[in-house]
Design a protein around this ligand. Structure first.
Ligand SMILES: Nc1ncnc2c1ncn2[C@@H]1O[C@H](COP(=O)(O)OP(=O)(O)OP(=O)(O)O)[C@@H](O)[C@H]1O
Length: 643
């Protein structure tokens, strides 16, 4: 899609908002008039004619004359330059200082954040008018210097907003994936963070411009702005206010143009920010954003996974895409698998392979900008693709629930664990009163809390990471789901606690007949807990099968490489195998086999065309050199036995 086409879309979205169009036209006309003031308002704004002072509008003077007989229309247009220009200058200065500082603080946190936050605190604590008085005292009535100082004083709003939004965006998986892929922090901030926060920053820009306009006029009113007799809106309001009782009309034109300008800035800002993530400008590519190719079409996989009516989760040809600036690109393609009641299925692969997006798609929790663009996801017989949020909420928690990597994401630190459990139990089951408490304690006991009553009375920050994860699992169980999706549930925990949480998931499967889908990059976790595994690479399933077979005789070089890089597979005396290179980003997926650039088995045939997934050696494998892979695995096993 070309840039022009995207810009048209932005324009179309703007045109759908009549208020925004009126505001845009008003500001455009005003700017035009101010720039070409000599043509638009040819009467000299300084020429006095005391005989015609304080006249009402007439053909000669469209908006009347002021106390010195000067043409009000002409003074408004000529005075707009210093007022509007000054306000815009202040807003741009505030934005230029505030956005980078806020983004740096939010992204790097630590001491950078402390310095940035204290800097913002200083400007919040100092009254703007005091700063302006000091600057005017030092530099005299210089409008440009005063507006630059105003911009510096107003940068605090941008700092706080940019910081808060960057803190939020930096938690997104795609930011983590970008940094894991070795992209520099500067690039991540410009290409991944800024496009996602620009909407609210545009609102802030318009609000700041409006506020600066008001302050600029206020300075003129106090006699501290553009020195008379040069026209300025603030100065004109000051002059008109002296005659407000005798000649109220004098205040009307300047007051009206100021109100209309400030309103227009705000209406335009709202329109730019709302409508969809990224605002009206969503999808518009800024010059430094590289165009992204549209991903190749998926190759069907569903025929290889025969439908099983008993499956509690059934995924068929699932494709998830994101719209990112200039294109829509798939991040997960053509994924198919089933999960039986009580079964544990592992989804494994390196960072950025599409595991989390696949798992979250099952719950309808894809991040903004992404959606399911193909395939079906059936949970307990209900096709959840295309369900509204309201309908999805009925499925989430009661049929399928999520346990995330970070328990603190699921638990609110301002409530006790017991309060959160009781609230969720009441929501899902309609239980009341004592029953709520009993069930909360029962769940805490079920997840292995040594003292359920004490755990219920604790806040999350009062318990260890392992206990918090147990509480998060209890919370996920409040709706009595059939399937638990556990996204890297042990990654944030230390090794002994990891084993305990895996034990817990195993016992929940046994005791409750719960199906578990576990997302992990650790084949050890798969070996420990799962019956079957789906190995993902660059958005595709590259191998799928029973864990016993997959871990002993992997058919895909990627699975084999993942296994070989496990510390437990190290051969004494030989260096631990590492997979060279990194998972390609969705926009950089190779034409042929996506693993080929990192694969020791790759030939020209692997690189020339997409490789379909095929049923081979008891499982599914997306490799055309399975026989060679198996042969070399046998040799390696012999080496290990000898060692
Ligand atoms: N909100 C998003 N916008 C754009 N791309 C995204 C977004 N979320 C994820 N992606 C991309 O989708 C791909 C798959 O991401 P996903 O988080 O599913 O990987 P993963 O295998 O689960 O990795 P990890 O183990 O780090 O969570 C990555 O290339 C990532 O950059």
């Amino acid at each position: 899609m070309t840039r022009a086409r995207r810009s048209d879309n932005a324009l179309t979205r703007l045109v759908r908002r009549p208020g925004a169009v009126v505001a845009l036209v008003f500001l455009a006309l005003l700017t035009f008039a101010v720039i070409f003031a000599d043509v638009v308002a040819p009467i000299d704004p300084l020429t006095q004619d005391l005989a015609r002072a304080r006249e009402l509008p007439s053909a000669a003077h469209w908006l009347g004359t002021d106390g010195f007989g000067r043409d009000i229309y002409s003074r408004l247009i000529h005075g707009g330059g210093s007022t509007l220009g000054g306000a815009l200058l202040a807003a741009v200065v505030a934005m230029t200082i505030g956005i980078p500082l806020g983004m740096l603080g939010g992204y790097f946190r630590g001491w950078v954040d402390t310095v940035v936050s204290r800097f913002a605190d200083v400007f919040q604590a100092l009254p703007t008018i005091v700063i302006l008085m000091a600057v005017i005292g030092a530099f005299g009535n210089n409008n440009t210097v005063a507006m630059v100082a105003l911009g510096v004083a107003m940068c605090e709003g941008f700092i706080r907003l940019a910081r808060a939004m960057t803190l939020q965006v930096r938690r997104e998986l795609y930011v983590d994936a970008a940094s894991v892929a070795g992209i520099t922090s500067g690039s991540i901030l410009v290409r991944h963070v800024f496009p996602n926060i620009r909407g609210p920053l545009l609102v802030q820009l318009s609000i700041t411009a409006g506020a600066a306009l008001l302050i600029q006029a206020g300075l003129g009113f106090l006699g501290l702005g553009t020195p008379p007799p040069a026209p300025s809106w603030g100065g004109m309001i000051d002059e008109a206010s002296d005659l407000i009782y005798l000649h109220p009309w004098l205040l009307v034109p300047t007051g009206a143009i100021m109100i209309l300008s400030i309103l227009s800035f705000n209406v335009l800002g709202d329109a730019l920010a709302s409508d969809r993530p990224g605002g009206v400008l969503a999808g518009v590519r800024l010059p430094w954003m590289k165009p992204l190719p549209v991903a190749e079409q998926p190759v069907a996989m569903s025929e290889l996974v025969p439908a099983d009516p008993k499956a509690v989760v059934s995924v068929r040809d699932l494709t998830v895409s994101f719209t990112d600036r200039n294109s829509t690109f798939a991040v997960v393609q053509n994924v198919s698998f089933d999960v039986m009641p009580g079964e544990a299925l592992g989804i494994v692969g390196e960072s950025g392979c599409g595991k989390s997006v696949t798992a979250k798609a099952l719950l309808g929790l894809i991040a903004p900008g992404g959606k399911i663009t193909g395939g079906q996801v059936t949970i307990n017989g209900t096709d959840v693709v295309g369900l509204s949020n309201r309908e999805l909420r009925k499925v989430r928690g009661t049929t399928i629930a999520l346990v995330s990597q970070e328990p603190m994401v699921a638990l609110d630190p301002t409530f006790t664990i017991g309060a959160q459990l009781r609230e969720s139990i009441a929501h899902h089951t309609g239980r009341k009163g004592r029953e709520l408490n009993d069930r909360a304690l029962e769940l805490l006991r079920l997840v292995g809390m040594p003292d359920p009553a004490q755990a219920a009375a604790s806040y999350t920050f009062q318990v260890s990471g392992g206990m918090a994860q147990r509480a998060a699992i209890a919370l996920a169980l409040t709706g009595e789901p059939d399937v638990l999706v556990a996204d890297e549930p042990t990654t944030a925990l230390d090794v002994t606690v990891q084993a305990e949480i895996l034990d817990l998931l195993r016992s929940l499967r046994k005791d409750l007949g719960l199906a578990v889908i576990i997302v992990t990059h650790d084949l050890g976790v798969i070996a420990d807990l799962c019956d079957r595994a789906v190995v993902m690479y660059a958005g595709q399933v590259i191998e799928q099968g029973a864990v016993d077979t997959l871990l002993t005789t992997p058919t895909h070089p990627y699975t084999r490489a993942l296994l070989a890089s496990m510390p437990s597979h190290a051969i004494p005396g030989l260096p631990l195998d590492a997979i060279p290179g990194a998972v390609p980003a969705p926009r950089d997926w190779p034409e042929g086999c996506r693993f080929a650039p990192r694969c020791a088995f790759a030939t020209d045939a692997c690189r020339s065309a997409p490789v379909p997934i095929l049923a081979q050696h008891g499982g599914l494998s997306r490799c055309i050199r399975v026989d060679e892979v198996l042969a070399q695995s046998r040799n390696r096993t012999e080496e290990r036995n000898i060692a």
